[in-house]
Design a protein. Sequence first.
Length: 111
Amino acid sequence: MHIKTNDTVEVITGDDKGVRKKVLHIDREKGRVVVEGVNLVYKHVRRSQRNPQGGRLSKEMPVQISNVLLVCNRCNQGVRTGSRVAKDGSKERFCKKCGGSLGEIAPSKKK
Ligand SMILES: [Zn+2]
């Protein structure tokens, strides 16, 4: 899976299925991603000095990286991706559906 921060991904399972949002954070070791507004948990907060209003705070919890797909702009849907070496030697992601490039993931090693 080649997902980067700020990618737009589509959630493919769970309560947020079909939601398309931006990736905020990636935990590669755990294989989890935090997606804007997805998998929210609400925490009830008492009035305190730091939080004089009290009330509800929401926070995104990480979801399994396998539960999201990168959105291909051409296909306008979440797609499976692969990586390939471009002509100039850089590595890029591509959409397995339409074959279009989804951006560089590693610069060229050639000089
Ligand atoms: Zn595509």
